[in-house]
Design a protein around this ligand. Structure first.
Ligand code: PEP
Ligand code: MN
Length: 355
């Protein structure tokens, strides 16, 4: 069920409708949009009686939602969600493309800063890097944990880049939420529902990667889990799925970008690094992702990929990333998008981590 408020509805009228929904033992999710506010309702086991809300002042209409997801749907919010970040010019979902880049994993202070400086100069606004690494083998490098988060916080302070890093379980989520600007939930955890709920209670936005075999509906339902807990700041990420094709590590399913955009107001970015697993395919697929309308890119870049402790085969050299950004700058205007100018470290004022 979804309550659409009149364009002229006042804050007090919206609050009154939310209060009535809560009094029915349900949870209201007010979503202000460009034209009007709509209020999603969750917590109902069966259909809500519309008459209880229909006649309230400021209500335009009460709609029954037939899709399994409600809060992620464009029915609730016709305009695309734009994520903004305190004290930083970056955004996700607006005209500016969100460019995230950095190594698969933080390996050392020196490696992190070399990568960060390169991606900042080329035009990224977000620095990615794993602190907790979910690896296929338990004997592979597992990440530097909180030490990596501290290095990333220093990167933010010195460069102005916002920090994206993955939480692999509920315990790491607490730490990641303290340090990161965007909490990444990895592909292997896309259906870890208790983790999704915890992410839904976090005070930071969430980057949700598509599971290796997730359908569009399963992907959207995972985002619905996060939103149902009250965190509406969710970015989706296509990162490749398992298919019979073996010329790439995964098959990057770019068609999910327009498919998501048709159904959901949430922004969607593309990860051509994990999506292809091969350095020589990252740039072409990154260009294609921008061309098909993605809201941004997340790309693995390492100062010395041949020495990387994880995912070196798919990591771009800094100069390859810089060249890709030149291409992105030329493709973006065709889609009505732009790439912001590189951040100037001296002007970076972001206050940094809470720790
Ligand atoms: C990553 O971004 O480093 C990562 C592990 O991604 P995914 O969860 O998509 O495999
Ligand atoms: Mn990786």
């Amino acid at each position: 069920m979804l309550v659409v408020m009149q364009t002229s509805a006042t804050e007090a009228q919206i609050e009154a409708v939310c209060g009535r929904i809560a009094a029915l033992g349900l949870r209201p999710h007010p979503m202000p949009g460009a034209q009007r506010t709509a209020i999603g309702i969750t917590g109902n086991r069966s259909a809500v009686e519309p008459a209880a809300l229909e006649e309230m002042p400021g209500v335009a209409e009460v709609l029954v939602v037939t899709k399994p997801y409600k809060l992620v749907s464009r029915d609730l919010k016709p305009d695309t969600t734009v994520l903004r970040f305190p004290h930083a010019p970056a955004s996700i979902g607006g005209a500016a493309l969100a460019i995230m880049a950095g190594p698969c994993a933080i390996e050392s202070h020196e490696q992190a800063f070399a990568a960060a400086e390169a991606v900042r100069a080329a035009g990224a606004q977000f620095f990615r890097g794993g602190a907790f690494k979910p690896r296929t083998s338990p004997y592979s490098f597992q990440g530097m944990a909180e030490e990596a988060l501290k290095i990333m916080a220093e990167v933010r302070q010195r460069t102005g880049l916002l920090i994206v890093t993955e939480a692999v379980d509920e315990r790491s989520l607490e730490l990641v939420a303290d340090y990161a600007d965007l909490i990444q939930i990895g592909a292997r955890n896309m259906q870890n529902f208790s983790l999704l709920k915890r992410a839904g209670q976090a005070a930071k936005p969430v980057l949700l990667k598509r599971g290796l075999s997730a359908t569009l509906d399963e992907f959207l339902m995972a985002a619905e889990y996060v939103m149902s807990e009250g965190n509406y700041q969710v970015v989706l990420c296509e990162r490749g799925i398992r298919t019979f094709a073996d010329h790439t590590r995964n098959t990057l399913d770019l068609s999910i970008v327009p498919a998501v955009q048709r159904l959901s107001h949430l922004p969607i970015i593309v990860d051509p690094s994990h999506g292809t697993g091969k350095r020589n395919k990252v740039t072409p697929m990154a260009r294609a992702a921008v061309a098909c309308g993605a809201d941004g890119l997340i790309i693995e870049v390492h100062p010395r990929p041949e020495e990387a402790l994880s995912d070196g085969m798919q990591s771009l050299y800094p100069e390859q990333f810089a060249a890709l950004m030149q291409d992105v700058r030329r493709i973006a205007p065709i889609l009505g998008r732009e790439v912001p100018a590189p951040l100037v470290p001296a002007a970076a004022t972001h206050a940094g981590a809470t720790r």
